[in-house]
Design a protein around this ligand. Structure first.
Ligand SMILES: *Cc1c(COP(=O)(O)O)cnc(C)c1O
Length: 828
């Protein structure tokens, strides 16, 4: 398909020839699209018009493959995977699409010939920030891997009008701005007006007896329309283009005529807005959940539309419901879509009139659930009251599922009432709440954790009871990241070097990076490798200077912690290290310090006061340290504003040291740790999440591990941990905490950081920062020491890259396929 063959431009093409003969087809397409898609001439065009022209040019390479893939799936009717997720943190599309479709170089050359730079054009696209952090980014990496492996996989989610808020920093404090990402339109989405479904809320249930038993009717419900918007997911180096289908809410009727006739026009408009608000904005909470009605509405809205869509597709080819599990695998990304278990039962029993028993058998072979956290405050529960009001039929269904389940448990473990109380889907002890994790476990055939340690903790703690009831249901599948975005796209220098020395095989099989190992001992290779890192650091430093005004020396050690701001991730521990270094420099205790730049990035949930205070502290510490002439280039501190996928693509390649310092047992996996090591950073971290497996892969001698292990954390907590003991026992630690709490960094408001002192000393230091401090500092000293030996540092960094193959999301998806989904690739 040629550029001009595409939709909007088709009409005008024949009448207005604009192509000069000696240009490449891509350069011709760019010029055509400038006119027919951006509606500008070269003279009147702005940079954004060139983005539009480039986007359309690349898009033309997607659409034909996309249609062919759909056709292949339709005619071959394979088993399909449906990945249900409330979040997809995709970031920008243009460069990734060009790369995966194999046209990046041609597009770059075409733009260059027309006097434009691909890198500048790419920058004009807003991130699709439809997620909070790791969980949403994982969903995006999985889509890339499924398409690249020719797996018939569809993502289902919500087309939020406003994604994750944009963060700006004003006088050191986080300001949240709305993310109006669709302001200039989105050329990567296609509305599908033919795919829309009504989704019901409220109303009541009436039961009436029939010859086969009681039938339930959900009546007097209000309904809203879910309209499909599709985004293409092009696989790397393949014809496959999969689909991410996002639902947008639309009022079922333009206006309620009753209100309209009453003369109450405003009320009619208001009601309409209330429906459309369902897909208005992403909730910015990643680890603590609030039981907001709108959030439950969002969950049911996208789940119901997705299940209806899945069943429609199935029914178009089949009439035997028992075949559903042979054609459909549904993955629940955390408990956010767990209501799907009840919705499928609703559809099968009430709408399609299957018996309860047959429906349950089918449903249980369809669903699998991925758990992402052990933290109690992040486990979703909904009050029975709210559930009853919003989804009365589904509450009844959940009660029935729970009744059957508890009967089974009672049969298997007679008389254990404690067990029944603990595993019940309804929590009767905290004001009657529906436990979504329990619904997900009971309704799924397989439950997986996201790293070996995390899955083990699931089996032995959170789901220990369930593991006895359903032996074999709990497995591990360690997370991964897509090497297309997180190596090839973000680090062209390193990618090119790797291609030169080990060939291109690693793009499809990241374990091929192992061939790099011998080169760690090659001095010339190490120098080339270092040069690339230096270039990436200089590129990052330039951006940081533009954003913050802080000038950085690219020869310094770039020490980077980028992730959501949360107590368990322990950004504060990093701050304590910075203050310690600062005190040593001021006190003249260091003779030849390793110059260090500490970079933070990350958003705090708007309602998470302490996390926001930590951001402010980082910025206050940065101002004092950066402006102290006694410090100079020895230490710089930067807070990189608005951490998002496109920022991450710049930050990972520019990092030397990867901070993965969560309290052992709290970080389910982490994926930032994988991106860092793949881009040649060394890790300083605890034995938590996937760090454990990263150590196994890269070798204990090539990673800096410190701090308490998970069992040691449990033991210390059981033996009345007292942070004061550590405070009084370590002068540097005491000094650092005192400076925070006595206003050294906030002279204008000395009490500003009282709360941090309280958290660390009087409220029990829940995440054991003080207990891990000495070990952390000692390990950081070893890091600084090693950095002076650039040859040895590079050798280890190269070994890290060489040994990261396991952490490709292609490996992860391979395991989901063989252990859960049982699907086969399809070639279009
Ligand atoms: C990878 C990634 C994350 C997850 O980072 P962790 O360090 O694993 O918490 C969050 N946000 C963005 C933008 C990412 O790219």
């Amino acid at each position: 398909m040629t550029a001009a063959n595409n939709n909007e431009s088709r009409k005008t093409k024949t009448s207005t020839p604009v192509i000069t003969t000696e240009q490449t087809p891509i350069a011709q397409a760019l010029q055509n699209h400038l006119i027919f898609s951006a509606f500008k001439t070269s003279e009147t065009s702005t940079p954004r018009d060139w983005y539009v022209a480039t986007g359309h040019t690349v898009r033309d390479h997607v659409v034909e493959r996309w249609a062919k893939t759909a056709e292949a799936y339709n005619s071959q009717d394979p088993k399909r995977v449906y990945y249900l997720s409330l979040e997809f943190l995709i970031g920008r599309m243009l460069q990734n699409a060009a790369l995966n479709l194999g046209v990046e170089d041609e597009v770059r050359d075409g733009l260059k010939a027309l006097g434009h730079k691909f890198e500048d054009v790419v920058e004009l696209e807003s991130d699709a920030a439809l997620g909070n952090g790791g969980l949403g980014r994982l969903a995006a990496c999985f889509l890339d891997s499924m398409a690249s492996m020719n797996i018939p996989g569809t993502g289902y989610g919500i087309r939020y009008e406003y994604g994750m808020f944009r963060q700006s920093i004003n006088q050191g404090q986080q300001i949240e701005n709305p993310d109006n990402w669709l302001r200039y339109g989105n050329l990567w989405e296609f509305q599908r007006p033919e795919s829309q479904y009504p989704v019901k809320f409220y109303g009541r249930v009436v039961e009436f007896p029939t010859s086969k038993g009681t039938e339930c009717h959900w009546v007097d419900a209000e309904s809203v329309l879910a309209v499909a918007y599709d985004m293409p997911v092009p696989g790397y180096d393949t014809e496959t283009v999969n689909t991410l289908r996002l639902w947008s809410a639309k009022a079922a009727r333009e206006f309620d005529l009753a209100h309209f006739n009453d003369g109450n026009y405003e009320k009619a408009v208001e009601e309409r807005n209330a429906y459309e608000n369902i897909s208005k904005v992403l909730y910015p909470n990643d680890t603590s959940v609030l039981g907001r009605e709108l959030r439950l509405k969002q969950q049911y809205f996208f789940v119901s539309a997705s299940i209806q869509d899945i069943l429609r597709r199935f029914l178009a080819k089949h009439d035997d419901w028992n075949a559903l599990p042979d054609k459909v695998a549904i993955q629940l990304n955390d408990t956010h879509p767990a209501i799907a278990v009840a919705e499928l039962m609703y559809q099968l029993v009430d709408v399609h009139h299957l018996s309860w028993e047959q429906a349950w058998k089918i449903s249980n072979k369809v669903f699998a659930y991925t758990n992402h956290t052990l933290m109690p405050e992040a486990l979703e529960t909904w009050s029975v009251e709210m559930f009853q009001k919003l989804l009365p039929r589904h509450l009844k269904i959940i009660y029935r599922i729970n009744f059957d389940f508890l009967q089974m448990v009672n049969h298997k473990f007679p008389g254990d009432t404690g067990l029944l109380t603990r595993v019940s889907i309804i929590d009767e002890e905290h004001g009657r709440r529906v436990r979504m994790a329990h619904l997900a476990v009971v309704g799924s055939h397989t439950v997986n954790g996201v790293a070996a340690l995390h899955s083990e903790l699931l089996r032995t703690t959170l789901f220990a009871d369930f593991n006895r009831i359903f032996p074999g249901r709990f497995i591990n599948i360690t997370n991964g990241i897509t090497p297309r975005r997180w190596l090839n796209q973000c680090n062209p220098g390193l990618t090119h070097l790797l291609e030169t020395v080990i060939g291109k095989g690693f793009h499809h099989d990241l374990s091929k990076l192992r061939a790099l190992e011998p080169l760690a001992n090659d001095a010339e290779f190490r120098q080339t490798f270092r040069k690339i890192k230096h270039t990436n650091k200089a590129r990052l430093a330039k951006r940081i200077a533009q954003l913050t005004g802080v000038q950085l020396n690219p020869d310094a050690l770039f020490d980077v912690q980028i992730k959501r701001i949360h107590e368990y991730k322990r950004q504060l521990l990093n701050v304590l290290h910075i203050i310690t270094l600062y005190n040593r420099i001021r006190g003249g205790h260091v003779r030849d310090a390793t110059p260090r730049v500490v970079i933070f990035g990350g958003k705090a949930a708007p309602g998470y006061k302490l996390a926001k205070l930590i951001i402010r502290l980082i910025n206050d510490v940065a101002s004092i340290v950066n402006e102290d002439p006694a410090v100079g280039d020895k230490l710089k501190v930067v807070f990189y504003p608005n951490y998002e996928v496109s920022a991450a693509e710049l930050l990972f390649p520019g990092s030397d040291l990867s901070e993965q310092i969560s309290t052992a047992g709290t970080e389910a996996s982490g994926t930032g740790n994988m991106k860092m090591a793949l881009n040649g950073a060394l890790t300083i971290g605890t034995l938590d999440g996937a760090n454990v497996e990263i150590r196994e892969e890269v070798g204990a001698e090539n990673i800096f591990i410190f701090g308490l292990t998970t069992p040691q954390v449990a033991e210390l907590k059981a033996n009345h941990y007292n942070p004061w003991d550590y405070y009084h026992g370590n002068f540097e630690l005491k000094q650092a905490i005192d400076m925070i709490t006595n206003g050294f960094f906030s002279v204008d408001e000395p009490d500003r950081y009282q709360e941090i002192g309280e958290t660390l000393l009087n409220n029990g230091d829940h995440y054991l920062l003080l207990a891990d401090y000495a070990s952390y500092i000692e390990t950081q000293d070893a890091v600084a020491q090693l950095y002076k030996d650039q040859e040895e540092w590079s050798r280890r960094a190269i070994l890290n890259v060489a040994r990261m193959g396991k952490f490709s999301s292609d490996r992860t998806i391979g395991e989901y396929i063989s252990e859960i989904w049982k699907v086969e690739p399809v070639h279009s």
